[in-house]
Every structure is written in C-alpha cells, then in structure tokens.
Ligand binder design. Structure first.
Ligand SMILES: Cc1cc2nc3c(=O)[nH]c(=O)nc-3n(C[C@H](O)[C@H](O)[C@H](O)COP(=O)(O)OP(=O)(O)OC[C@H]3O[C@@H](n4cnc5c(N)ncnc54)[C@H](O)[C@@H]3O)c2cc1C
Length: 402
C-alpha cells in the first residue's frame, strides 16, 4: 500500500474516535497524572472509575476483536488511537490495553482452549484481573531464548516447573503468568519450549523482589522463582513445543503496540520542546530563533513522521494478513532510536528543568531508554531485518516494501 493511501483511511469514523480519545485524555488523564504517579488507594479508585467511563463510551480494549470483548478496529485504526493514548503512561490502563496484558490476551484468544478463555481471557479482557509474561532469565541471554533453561517436566497430569525468571513485568499484581519453559531439551531449538499458564497464587510461584530500575527503588519488573511449581497439563497454551511459535505471535503485535505508544511519547516531547523554545528567551530572543534549536525541531519532526508512516505501513500489512517480520523489526529499532533522540532533544531544550521531576520528561526519558532493550534489543532487530533482506537477494530476488 502506498504510504499516501494510508492517510485516506482516516475516515470520519476514525476522526471521531481520535477526537473522543483526545477529549478523554484532556479531561481525565493529563490532569490526574500527579495522582497516578503517587500511586496508592486514591489512584486505584480513580483508575477504576475511569475504566468504567471508558467502557460506557464503547472505547474499551481497542486491541481486541469484538467477539473477545474489544472494539474490533484492527491494527491500522488502532495506530490512530493508540498514538494518542501513548502520550501518557496511564491512559492504556484506563482503556484496558496496557502491556503485558494486551499481548497475553491476544495469544489466549488465538491459542487458548475454551476452558482457558473462560477462566483467564474473559476476566483479563474485562479488566477484572492482570497478568504477566515470564520468559527472560537473569543467567541466560534474553536475546537468544533458545538458551532458556527453566524446565517443565511432565509428571502424570501435571507440569512441574523449576527455574528463575526476571523482568516478569507486572508480576506483583498479576493473577496469572504465562511462563516459557523447556519441555523437550532434545528437540529442535525452536521446538524445545512450551508456554504454560501459572496462577500466581500457586505455592511454587515465588516473587523474589521488585527489581530497582533506573533510580526507582520499586519497579513493576519482578524476579520470580518457580520452585516445584505444579500446574495441570491442561494449562498448556497451544501444544507442547509451540512456545516459540506463540512467542512470535505475541511479540509481533506487542512490538507494534509499543511503537504506537512511543509515537505518542515522541509527539508529546516534541510539543513540549516547541513550546519551551518559543517561551524561553536568551541572548536577545527566544530559543526558537536559534538555528541549533531549529535543527533539533526540524530533525525531530522528520524522524517522528518517518517513524509514524513506517508504523502505519507495518500495521496495514498485518491487517492484510501478510507476514510483517521485517517491517515490525524495522520500526522496533528505528522507533526506539527516534524516541530516545526526540526526548533527549526535548530535555536539552528545557535545560535544567528537563532533568527535574517538575515535567513528565524525566520519566519519559528513563522509560524510553528501556525501549531499546525490551521486546528485543536494537541490534537483534537490525540483525533480523538485514538477514531477511539478504536472504531474498541470496535467492536472486529484490526485497520490496509493498
Ligand atoms: C523494562 C523492561 C521490561 C521487560 N519486560 C519483560 C517481560 O515482561 N517479560 C519478559 O520475559 N522479559 C521482559 N524483559 C526482558 C527483555 O525482553 C530482555 O531484556 C531482552 O530480550 C534482552 O535480553 P537480555 O536483557 O538478557 O540481554 P542479552 O541477551 O544479554 O543482550 C545484551 C546486549 O547484547 C547485545 N546483543 C545481543 N544479541 C546481539 C547480536 N546478535 N548482535 C549484536 N549485539 C547483540 C544487545 O545490545 C543487548 O542489549 C523486559 C526488559 C526490560 C528492560
């Protein structure tokens, strides 16, 4: 699809959806950010009431199909909405589309049995429970999950899971984890692992700690030990050995969701940078008049729009049911780099104010840095893009971005 055609998809319906999303952000999200940031009972109550309001507006779970309890708008239309939600860390929670629950809901929808959907997916999509995804281990490289060593051994009608995971985001409040464990060490590397649903009230599921991250004593990223953790075989997601196949299904859309939210973060930082450049006067005039600052603004505008069009293109490809591995990896590393550059420039233009907690920039900066690592480090995605493109040339063809 030509990129210009992507814009024709901004139908009156999408325009209205965007306007409603923006209005909600302005009325309920931005003014309440200080409350959410403080966390605690007041924030919880407020979030509960906002979620109710979103449901009443018919804007709940925009990432899920209608039959699964969501809006059913597909990927491309979701970009137009999610880039607005992504401007604030708390908006996706209010709209029931926050990570890692969104990715977990998608794989439960695609691979779950009827019983699993009833027990886990329904309350998850409805926002009654939270979940987590437990793949990365401290002692094996997350970039190469064929080296995972958490084991699940079959004992009668049960799996017995033993291993240590970390960066299991959201484990502290999750009702269940989807854990990736080796079930057949002798199989082909990509058939060794299986995804298994583990209720977090299982005595074998033990939270070791909330990992201090980027200056925050408490983070939502947890280290977890699975110690003789017994769950029924019926908790297997898909078939034994399907772990990598499902991981690809999960991580592909999950990466696009991150990119959509990052567009919102880029845009917010960009707007702050422009406003500050106009307001702040030094050396006889506003910062906006200095060429060095103008270059930052022009380069940021170009990079954000390139990132946006690439994201829309990848989303359109997924909506067409086509393989978008290259496109997804491309926006994952390019988007993470743009995100970091734009927020860094916004901090720079704000001077000392940019590193204080008086603006959202400091938190945005810390979060952005992690984006270059989670869901696959930049280098790994560059490797995937280059390998796939080179493979087509190896076969005597040309890789074309259609
Ligand atoms: C904020 C955050 C949230 C996360 N949430 C989750 C979660 O919910 N669930 C979960 O399971 N995991 C989660 N993770 C883990 C994340 O997926 C891993 O950190 C990531 O896959 C990288 O693995 P690693 O940290 O073990 O780094 P390693 O695999 O040890 O890699 C270290 C570095 O080596 C370089 N590198 C690796 N491979 C190559 C290569 N082929 N070529 C060149 N350089 C290379 C890269 O620069 C990389 O950053 C999260 C991580 C973060 C930071």
């Amino acid at each position: 699809m030509a990129e210009s055609q992507l814009y024709t998809l901004i139908t009156p319906e999408i325009r209205e959806l965007r306007a409603k999303t923006k209005a909600f952000m302005e009325e309920y999200i931005y003014p309440n950010e200080p409350v959410f940031r403080k966390a605690g009972p007041e924030a919880d109550e407020l979030m509960k009431s906002l979620r109710q309001r979103v449901k009443q507006l018919g804007m709940w779970a925009p990432h899920m199909p209608k039959e699964a309890g969501g809006m059913g708008i597909g990927f491309l239309k979701y970009v137009f909405m999610n880039e607005i939600l992504g401007r604030s860390f708390w908006a996706p929670i209010a709209f029931g589309c926050q990570a890692p629950d969104s990715g977990n809901a998608e794989i439960l929808w695609l691979f779950g049995t009827e019983e699993q959907k009833e027990r886990w997916l329904k309350p998850l999509v409805n926002g009654d429970i939270y979940s987590c995804f437990s793949m990365t281990e401290p002692h094996t490289p997350g970039s190469d999950p064929t080296m995972l060593d958490t084991r699940a051994i079959r004992d009668g009608d049960e799996w017995v899971i033993n291993g240590r995971k970390w960066f299991t985001s959201g484990a502290g409040r999750a009702a269940f984890a989807i854990v990736m464990a080796v079930t057949d060490p002798d199989a082909h590397p990509h058939r060794r692992a299986t995804m298994i649903i583990v209720p977090t009230d299982n005595p074998g599921f033990k939270i070791v700690r909330s990992i201090p991250v980027m200056g925050e004593e408490h983070s939502e990223h947890y280290e977890v030990v699975y110690e003789n953790c017994r769950v029924p075989i019926t908790n297997t997601l898909g078939q034994p050995g399907d772990g990598f196949l499902i991981a690809q299904k999960r991580l592909g859309p999950g990466r696009i969701h991150h990119c959509m939210r990052w567009l919102g973060q880029c845009q917010r930082a960009f707007e702050m940078m422009c406003r500050r450049a106009l307001e702040r006067h030094a050396f006889g005039g506003p910062l906006a008049d200095k060429q060095a600052i103008q270059w930052m603004i022009a380069e940021s505008a170009a990079e954000i729009q390139a990132f946006r069009l690439l994201t829309m293109h990848a989303a359109a490809k997924i909506d067409r049911g086509e393989d978008a591995r290259v496109e997804i990896s491309l926006i994952k590393f390019y988007g993470a780099e743009v995100l970091n550059r734009v927020i860094d420039r916004a901090v720079q233009v704000h001077g000392a104010l940019g590193v204080t907690e008086d603006t959202p920039l400091s938190m945005m900066f810390r979060q952005a840095r992690m984006g270059r690592i989670y869901d696959g480090a930049d280098e790994v995605h560059k490797m995937v893009v280059a390998r796939r493109i080179l493979n087509t040339f190896r076969q005597g063809q040309v890789y074309e971005f259609e």
